[in-house]
Design a protein around this ligand. Sequence first.
Ligand code: GLA
Length: 385
Amino acid sequence: MTGTAEEFRELYGRVPEGVWAAPGRVNLIGEHTDYNDGFALPFALPQRTEVAAAPRTDGIIRLHSANTRAGVVTLDLAALDPAHPPQGADSWAAYPAGVFWALLDAELPVRGADLHVRSDVPTGAGLSSSAALEVATALALADLYGLPLTRPELAALARRAENAYVGVPCGVMDQMASACATEGHALHLDTRSLEQRHIPFDCEAAGLRLLVIDTRVKHALADGAYAQRLASCHRAAEALGVPALRDLPYEDLERALARLGDPVVRRRVRHVVTENERVLRTEELLRAGRLRETGPLLTEGHASLRDDYEVSCPELDLAVATADAAGAHGSRMTGGGFGGSALALIDAAAEPTVRRAVTDAFRRAGHTPPRITSASPSAGATRLA
Ligand code: GLA
């Protein structure tokens, strides 16, 4: 029995029907493109969230997490209401409860269940701990209740849980990465069609390493800035007469910008259009095995997020500038921004130098010490037992 299954048995006094896991993600490139129907290139982290689960027949949901001090959260399936998600110490339970709600809302035959959760995905680090929890829950429920859902369908339901039940207006990238990524690959994602391509991304074989630098600055997507960016992109698409900014070809960017009066909106649009182009160029380089050459695109992407999209912060900028100056091929913030983590693509041999440089720079600037790990593209969601 896995540790999570054993904990489930101790907690609920019965054996779980299975244990499912879904990872956090790092986005290599393609930031703030997903709610513009654009492209992204995330990969799954080795850190993941496990959910042990067993069905119930009485319409009751019991939720417990090894990661919080809150006790078992008990909810009535029929009474789940997006206007009243679990609050306070129980607010973590809104994510799995939201998945039950989204499945029911899609008229899928879910009943009650007991769930026990354990995760090593850091929270608030921009590494999609929420998506990991949602996708692990969705996969568990799909298996428990024999729901014939594809991975993209599971991801879309998980996103709906977050948008409509938890109340965070995210795109679909994180849930798709967690549900669909495969080991040793980055996931090229078309967020309009949910079409995916698995692009070989074997850093180790290329003598490279991906450092994930958690700035420890907590980001909160629910804060207005994310929603504001989303709204201004949607308004710009409308003004330009396209269904989404994804429909603006890179070659026509200057012409489109000339039609926009507001300089801030122009910069937002420029970020999205150039970022989509960077995703496509990064994919081409990965396919050609020219991994190192993706570095400048990462750094360019960061500048665009910092200057045009304005979602970076001093700690992320410092991490990127320092990693690059210490020999990284390229680096950038990853995820929604306003804190969270940066990613640096480095030669394996440079790891001690880059780690030291970033840690020293944070100390000199008086910032909380960053948490630096290295990540390799790992497996997407799976059944463990
Ligand atoms: C967060 C959201 C994603 C995506 C990124 C920015 O991670 O959850 O949907 O919008 O920000 O690329």
